[in-house]
Design a protein around this ligand. Sequence first.
Ligand SMILES: [Zn+2]
Length: 288
Amino acid sequence: MRIPFFLFVFAAALQAQTTELETYIEVRSGTLPIILTVPHGGSLKPANVLARRYGVTGTDANTVPLAELIIEELETRYGGKPHVIISNLHRTKLDPNRDLEEAAQGDPIAVAAWHRFHDSTQKACDNVMKKSGMGLLLDIHGHRHLDQRVELGYLIKGDVLKHSDAELNADAALIASTCIRDLDKRSPQTFAELVRGPQSLGGLLEFRGFRCLPSPSKANPTFMAGYFSGVYDVAAHGSRTSGTLSAIQIECPWNNVRDVPENQRRFAIALADSLGVYFEVHFGRKLK
Ligand SMILES: [Zn+2]
């Protein structure tokens, strides 16, 4: 049977677009119950993708090499790799950490890339939940706030973090609206401890030399200092509405974390070590 020429052309175009998308959104499957998403570290600016006309377009510099080191350190300790989804597109072309309209602003290639980012992330979450019954997504970012702390986002606004521990623990509606809703049910610790106690992710990272917010040393943001509490990725894929996959946005400062490879490595080691303790304490299971 002869295949019409236009079908060849169509198939070739489809193939080219698929390869293009695989370059723009890199997806690697893993074996650990951890998913790393890196939405803002990309540098590709393809001419055939329209520039976004509104929204934030600044890149989170060095978050891709930082994520690569986190992957390495996790593998060294726990004998497996996390699932990884990286946007290699510059934020002027796509912002995966926003809803589709703001993210892609109508460009068909950016729309397809956004779908690949979120479909792949959800697939990784579903695989982790099926295999392990629970898991953790870490959405890796970079910030340039004056207070150079690692900002951990649980979808709790900065002004709400001003509430006392007792008030946070009693606020069932707040807890249910966070991206760690399911983890709170599993953890033997109170919600406030899970968010800013000595064995919160902030507490564990501070013990290893990285100042965090929220944490035992800093319960809430300084007035006007800025704090990122989490956006689309953790809301869409964490356990806010359903599921057993919780999520945390990790906003890395430039100084001492993203700036040079030695500091990136130090942070990757601290995070990998912290996650081992975090899983044992709150999820009740070893990572290895
Ligand atoms: Zn970011």
